[in-house]
Ligand binder design. Structure first.
Ligand code: AKG
Ligand code: FE2
Length: 357
């Protein structure tokens, strides 16, 4: 490690964090500041593989329900608990509005963390009956995110060891954190004919897209996928697409490692040092596909002035171009005028681009 794939791309490392140390912290920082992606070896305890499997079972059961039933909990609706919660229908969202005419051929269901009460948002069956599992799963995802952020804090020599964890402590207030279950149905027209279904193969050379090219919004994202359901690709520095295997080390790892990627907010917050890498999902096989993502965000009120680290301060010049990209994504003037965004302000700007809300 690290080794390269057949195209010469350095592979995304699998990092074991069950015994945190300076060396482990350095490995996490290195992956986060080069690929923007890393795998965490599943220790079997933090997020039990059985819970992951049970969550996938629930997700399959929910998405198999009739459309009308799912539509009762439509995204942003009052019944689903408000903004950014609930069910997203097929083509109901475009992650790459400029690059794609149509919305993504996928469905999703968003669940927010329980705040300020301890109960989850109103949920349809079978989620309602499994609320304890869902809460437990979300909370273990959050624990893992906090551990990853703590390792980044160590490697960046942030003087306050609790800098990131305090700012992501959900018991202290609301945040943009959201857990999302995704379902990409098998649609033969799109698998064979670029989606227009007229059978003439006129888009033969176009890659079939299941989730448009995008970067995530928050601090860190955890991604769960199922063996045999590939399709995730990341944009390399050279402008090509590199596939991200579900289990990069099948020989040694029974449980697939947990994929982690850095979001725009953390890139912005670190002067562009941690990379928020653009990624997408393609058909590659066209079979149905399920995934789950935990998008971890800081508390709404957190101010995103550069994190207090000499390493980040020293990156200001090198990261200037990356920061300009980030500012463009937010619709801000490129060179900034000294204003400090809050985490909420950052998310609102990003959501506006995707949903127009
Ligand atoms: O389904 C996947 O593998 C990735 C989904 C994704 O990137 C997202 O929802 O942000
Ligand atoms: Fe994503």
């Amino acid at each position: 490690m690290p080794h390269s794939d057949e195209h010469g791309h350095t592979a995304i490392p699998v990092i074991e964090i069950s015994k945190p140390s300076d060396e482990v912290a350095q490995q996490v920082l290195h992956a986060a500041s080069t690929h923007g992606f890393l795998y965490i070896k599943n220790d079997g305890v933090t997020i039990p593989p059985k819970d992951i499997a049970d969550m996938f079972k629930l997700s399959k059961e929910f998405f198999a329900a009739p459309k009308e039933q799912k539509a009762e909990y439509a995204i942003h609706s009052k019944k689903a608990g408000g903004i950014n919660r609930g069910w997203v229908s097929m083509q109901g969202e475009s992650l790459d509005p400029e690059g794609q005419k149509q919305g993504d051929p996928k469905e999703a269901f968003n669940i927010a963390p329980p705040y300020p009460t301890t109960t989850l948002q109103p949920l349809p069956s079978p989620f309602q009956e499994s609320s304890p599992l869902i809460s437990r799963f979300q909370s273990s995802c959050h624990t893992l995110c906090t551990s990853i952020l703590a390792l980044l804090g160590t490697a960046l020599h942030i003087p306050d060891p609790a800098y990131f964890s305090t700012r992501h402590n959900q018991s202290r207030g609301p945040s943009g954190t959201i857990f999302r279950m995704l379902y990409y149905p098998k649609t033969c027209a799109q698998g064979e004919d670029g989606g227009d279904g007229d059978g003439d193969g006129d888009e033969e050379t176009t890659t079939r897209i299941r989730a448009g090219a995008h970067s995530d919004y928050g601090s860190v994202t955890l991604l769960f996928r199922l063996p045999g359901q590939p399709g995730l690709e990341l944009l390399t520095k050279g402008g090509g697409w590199m596939s991200v295997p579900v289990n990069p080390d099948e020989e040694h790892l029974v449980d697939p490692p947990i994929l982690v990627n850095i979001g725009d907010l953390l890139c912005y917050w670190t002067n562009g040092m941690l990379k928020s890498t653009v990624h997408r999902v393609t058909f590659s096989g066209g079979e149905e596909r399920y995934s789950m993502a935990y998008f971890c965000h800081p508390l709404d009120e957190v101010e995103l002035s550069a994190v207090p680290s000499r390493i980040i301060e020293g990156f200001r010049e090198e990261g200037a171009e990356e920061l300009r990209v980030q500012r463009r994504r937010l619709g801000l003037s490129e060179d900034g005028d000294g204003e400090v965004l809050t985490a909420r302000g950052h998310l609102d700007r990003r959501l506006k681009v995707t949903y127009g809300i």
